[in-house]
Write a protein that binds this ligand. Structure first.
Ligand code: CMP
Length: 135
């Protein structure tokens, strides 16, 4: 069942020089990069992208972080890609994410956790429409 997922390689990954490492893991897995753009999130896009989180206490520092510099926005496609990518990135908190996952190997933070990926087919559609309206 081929699907698409919206993936963000976050500003911490770009700053730390981990863009290639993260992208390479997705490529080696066999996922297809359908779109790839270096972008800087502005406040309006952050509020839309994180619509489910805007009222949460962790949102203001999350927004500050996500708008702090360039990130890579990707559309990845492949068989069961939504679940596959979420398994590859690991749980939200880098301190708890399993070794071998991207967050488990490279993040010690609950916020600066290197990657975002759509969590369901509905959010993938919503997020792809938001970041890549022509795709
Ligand atoms: P992401 O997959 O982009 O979705 C929401 C983001 O909010 C999450 O990754 C983290 O960057 C951040 N986040 C989630 N929970 C917390 C938390 N408890 N404290 C700080 N940041 C969080």
């Amino acid at each position: 069942n081929t699907e698409r997922s919206l993936v963000l390689i976050k500003p911490d990954a770009v700053r730390r020089g981990l863009l290639g490492e993260v992208l390479s893991r997705f490529e080696r897995k066999g996922l297809v990069v359908e779109a790839l753009e270096l972008r800087t999130m502005d406040a309006a896009l952050a509020d839309q992208h994180y619509a489910d989180h805007v009222d949460k206490p962790f949102y203001p520092p999350l927004k500050e972080f996500m708008t702090s510099g360039p990130l890579a926005a990707l559309i990845l496609s492949g068989d069961e890609v939504i679940e596959v990518v979420r398994a590859m990135i690991g749980s939200t908190d880098g301190r708890k994410a399993a070794a071998g996952t991207i967050r488990g190997d490279f993040s010690l933070s609950n916020r600066e956790n290197l990657v975002h990926a759509s969590d369901s087919p509905e959010s993938a559609k919503r997020e792809i429409d938001l970041w890549f309206p022509n795709r």
